[in-house]
Design a protein around this ligand. Structure first.
Ligand code: TNX
Length: 605
């Protein structure tokens, strides 16, 4: 294997050794506390599941899981006493929202929690103690588990915009996520290449925006963007979730204690929506409708010239048009309505913000007029704050927390074209949450997540170098994927050290200097900043992902490394390379020996 970065040399490729099955970690992600004494317990599914009434849904879920293992139905009964293979018990003394206790002992198997989510995670832990299939009864190790997650926010972000991914595939990913206690699905539902969810009253969004190339002319003239450009032959380029599909996804996720956060990309990466709304305006104008431009996102007279990272020149919404905000309000209202219908209230929404190119809005008459009339807005750069302030007001009014990419909390300065943090109490006071992706090693931004957290933003650690699953596994021409943020194999999400990157900034415990390129960031995390770091997110961007097989190849098993880091307690090995190697060896073994076989058989549940 080829070493890829200095960090690789430091961390990886200590020889792995095969562990005997009995030495594998029992539960993944690693629980906060697990005790075992070597005894075993026999589980007889004939004894059924006994549950307290509030845990009925979880009992049914467990019954289905056990039926798959034992090949026959497993009965459930309400109650607290009597014979049982597994008991689900309410325990108000367990206070964490996702916390649970699992006892596997001589007199029975019991899961205790005060919440449904806690019971659900106890079930997932129990599942890992069971064999994949068993005849008659199963023998489990006797264990005492007391568990709760390290981070409340454990997320997988899936780009269904660049290439569409079907509802069935999303449901399958929700099943995988639930095994590893990943509790958030961030759906990147719109981008330059596509708009992927039906919005009542704006049919053009899907009928025009949900197709890869929005017109035939465009197909011929547009530049492909890193493999994601117009491609008439690629079926994945066209597709969207109907209202009913989206509601079904939400319900399926809710049953698995997973929150779905929709993302509406703006103001950049907005081409599909912009083109759809231009087509709507043209159609309505032709029919003489005086409100033809009601939802328009672009200024028809804008002569600004720019190129986005992916080479688009017309993909940024205009912040000076009232119709832009009408569009945002309409879309968020319709999304909220679908969430309400699914019983999964929309209390946080992702409103994009990444990669808006320099040069935008400069020659838009609408923007120039706004700047001329406003006392506070002096420069086109100020429109960024103006825009996100209005977006915040729209979503906050609907009871939603605002969430975005890191750039949403920063702005491009006219001086040097760099992004600087907006120290703006307007956003901070509203609990603005940001995905911080820029930890590309050696780029000088490694401390960005800390700076933003210290500055009052809620921060989700989403570093490219560790958590972008569209990065190829290895430097090898046969490996698919990008590599602009390095190579992301299973070890990268595993060895990321949240909240600790700068603790040992100069040398390791043996006094060996660490490669300087890792530590070019300057700012350390304050205690206040640490309290603002809510969790970890992994992301699969889908420019290069055109099939379900490719999707699963890129995500699995990397997702397990992310789940481990987001749920497991702060690992002791962060100061000790030998400890790290042992932990990594165990992790690689359990993934390879037990979890990959599970994933291969996982099907509907
Ligand atoms: C960057 S980092 C993007 C996406 C691309 C991805 C490809 C960020 C928020 N945006 O638009 O799909 O790189 O790796």
């Amino acid at each position: 294997k080829v070493q890829t970065t200095p960090e690789d040399v430091y961390r990886r490729n200590e020889a792995l050794s095969l562990l005997p099955a009995g030495q594998l970690p029992r539960i993944l992600p690693t629980p906060a506390v697990i005790r075992e004494g070597g005894a075993t317990v026999v589980l007889d599914p004939k004894n059924g599941i006994v549950y307290e009434p509030v845990f009925r849904a979880e009992a049914d879920y467990l019954s289905l899981l056990m039926a798959k293992v034992f090949g026959k139905p497993v009965l459930t009964a309400q109650g607290t006493t009597g014979k049982a293979a597994v008991r689900l018990v309410k325990d108000a003394s367990i206070t964490g929202k996702e916390a649970y206790k699992l006892q596997v002992q001589e007199d029975g198997i019991t899961i205790f929690a005060s919440t449904n989510a806690g019971i659900f995670y106890g079930i997932q832990s129990l599942r890992q103690l069971l064999p994949l299939t068993a005849k008659g009864t199963a023998t489990l190790p006797a264990v005492q588990v007391e568990d709760a997650p390290r981070f409340a926010f454990r997320s997988f972000s899936l780009d269904v915009a660049r290439n569409f991914h079907s509802k069935a595939q999303v449901l399958r990913m929700l099943d995988v996520m639930s095994v590893y206690k990943v509790n958030t699905l961030h759906l990147h539902m719109s981008d330059d290449e596509g708009w992927r969810v039906e919005i009542a009253g704006l049919p053009e969004l899907t009928q025009i925006g949900g197709r890869r190339a929005h017109t035939l002319d465009e197909m011929e003239s547009l530049q492909p963007a890193y493999g994601s450009g117009p491609d008439a032959g690629n079926a994945a380029g066209t597709g969207w979730y109907t209202r009913a599909d989206y509601i079904e996804i939400l319900r399926y996720a809710k049953a698995r204690h997973i929150k779905v956060i929709p993302e509406v990309e703006m103001p950049g990466h907005g081409r599909a929506a912009i083109k759809a709304m231009e087509a709507r305006a043209a159609k309505l104008a032709k029919a003489g409708d005086p409100n033809a431009n009601a939802y328009r996102l672009s200024d028809p007279d804008d002569k600004s010239q720019y190129r986005s990272v992916q080479e688009w020149k017309d993909n940024v919404m205009n912040p000076a048009l009232p119709s832009t905000y009408k569009f945002i309000e309409k879309v968020t209202t319709e999304l909220a309505a679908m969430h309400a219908e699914a019983g999964a209230p929309l209390d946080i929404i992702h409103m994009g913000g990444d990669e808006t190119p320099g040069g935008v809005w400069e020659k838009s008459p609408a923007c120039q007029k706004l700047l001329a009339e406003s006392a506070e807005l002096n420069h086109v750069d100020d429109l960024w704050i103006y825009f996100y302030d209005k977006v915040a007001q729209i979503v906050n009014k609907q009871g939603m927390q605002l969430y975005g990419w890191e750039e949403a909390g920063m702005r491009r300065t006219q001086l040097d074209g760099n992004n600087v943090m907006i120290v703006n109490p307007v956003f901070g006071n509203r609990n603005f949450q940001l995905d911080v992706w820029n930890n590309v090693m050696g780029g000088g931004m490694e401390d960005l997540s800390y700076r933003l957290a210290n500055g009052g933003y809620k921060v989700v650690l989403s570093g490219v170098a560790n958590y972008y699953f569209d990065m190829a596994y290895q430097r090898d021409y046969d490996e698919p994927g990008f590599y602009w943020g390095g190579y992301v194999d299973l070890d990268k999400p595993f060895y990321f050290i949240p909240l600790d990157l700068y603790k040992n900034a100069k040398e390791d415990d043996a006094g060996n200097p660490l490669p300087a390129s890792i530590f070019v960031g300057k700012d350390r995390l304050t205690a206040y900043g640490a309290s603002n770091i809510v969790g970890i997110q992994s992301a699969l961007w889908s420019e290069t992902v055109k099939s379900p097989e490719r999707l699963e190849y890129m995500v699995l098993p990397k997702l397990l490394g992310m789940a481990e880091r987001a749920w497991a307690p702060d690992p002791a090995w962060t100061k000790d390379l030998a400890g790290y190697n042992e932990a990594w060896n165990k992790f690689a073994n359990v993934v390879g020996q037990r979890e990959i076989p599970r994933l291969a058989t996982l099907n509907g549940g």
